[in-house]
Design a protein around this ligand. Sequence first.
Ligand code: NDP
Length: 491
Amino acid sequence: MAQLELLKINVAGEWRLGGGEEYESLYPATGEPIARLRAASLADVDEAIAGAHRAFLTSGWAQKLPHERASVLYRVAQLIRENAERLAQQQRLDNGKPISETRALVASAAGTFQFFAAACETLEETITPSRGPFVTMSVHEPMGVVAAITPWNSPIASEAQKLAPALAAGNAVVVKPAEVTPLMALELARLCEEAGVPRGIVSVLPGKGSVIGDAITQHPLVKRVSFTGGTTTGKHIAHIAADKMMPVSLELGGKSPTMVLEDADLDHAVNGVLYGIFSSSGESCIAGSRLFVARSIYDEFLTRLTERAAALRVGDPADERTQMGPLITARHREGIERYVALGVSEGGRIRTGGVRPHGQALESGYFYTPTILEGLDNRARTAQEEIFGPVLVAMPFDTEADLIAQANDSIYALAAGVWSRDFKRAWRLGRAVQAGTVWINTYKQFSISTPFGGWRDSGLGREKGREGIFQYMEQKSLYWGTNEHPLPWAN
Ligand code: NDP
């Protein structure tokens, strides 16, 4: 096979080879390299941040009027749409998601730029009630250089979710994509450049998080980090942020409960539970990975769910009919296999899955079958720890009080699902469950206009929504004196 050309990274607007180690990005469905690049070096980090700082001060981006910045961001949205199919195919190769999913992610990235362009040009400052001879206002200013650190599971969507509001707010942004999925962030940087974002305002620094991500977080010129990833990494970043007195937003892990009550519409609930855990091969922070089903319908529900899970189409991500692609890496699949073995050693029974799928076409990729475990207690490690794969732990419940106690018994509190036809019960449970997002009679639906984030070990801060833009701004109060006379004290 012909040697792949080395990809360039973006250091303060300059496209060039990174100064770090050379590595390959692999197609998870075959294990074949699809891109070759050199990671950023620590010197690249310093140069990118210094360049971003300069661009923030001198490029005029921060000083543009909001509607002027918005018009550039609308253009980014348009360019994403014009390049949609190419981007969707590239993201499929980069992280192995089925093409139907990567198309949806690309569309959502375009929608995110459009939304924050609109938010930017319609943002209002507040005049607060005056309590003296002055007019008081609350305004927001851009912060300077901010960083976006993203995971590998939904690259273009996660990167757009940080880049669009941070740019709308007038900042310079340094993006550190996951080492294994560098392509989408680089593509977004190219589209931003083409749309007219000034040189140096966006940099993309692929490389190891523990080296490059850490150096970015520690850098004194970085005024905010927006991070999506694992809870351990999030806590590490929070410690650094505490020392720098730097605000952070942390979108972290989950072990989300889905609750199926005896009066649920079972057709809807079966589809919702399947989609909630097995779409994206379960590599989703909001995966509904703990299932609680009313004991009276448990057997019937599990039988239906198991049949449908076993029939899910696992395979070639390029096939439009594929429902589950491969896992991200061979190492990640091994981690999932260890969790399934742990579940069994804890007393769990495998209802379906628990193996790699057969078939030559799947042998070189990192595929795994949709897996349902039962017979475990909610306190079992398999029911408490985030597996980040297609593994569902199913448990019966007896009373509503017991259900809520178990659903809330987790260090995580990112999302939850309730399935019931009784709207009062659904409302009660929806309010009682502790989670950043609750879906009632649906699951894993998203809207850029609705804030998203977690409680407890699932994170800090919120992304999305109009307010999402304020995450990347400092608030300032202005007092504008209207005195007819000098201040009396000095008289
Ligand atoms: P990680 O925390 O390992 O990595 C996330 C990002 O952080 C990567 O870019 C990674 O780089 C980087 N990173 C790693 N170490 C450091 C460090 N010391 N300082 C700065 N950056 C660092 O998570 P995973 O990649 O394993 O992603 C899966 C996790 O992400 C799951 O726990 C999942 O729940 C969570 N997630 C949360 C979401 C949410 O919105 N709440 C959405 C999606 C995922 P590198 O690539 O080199 O490791």
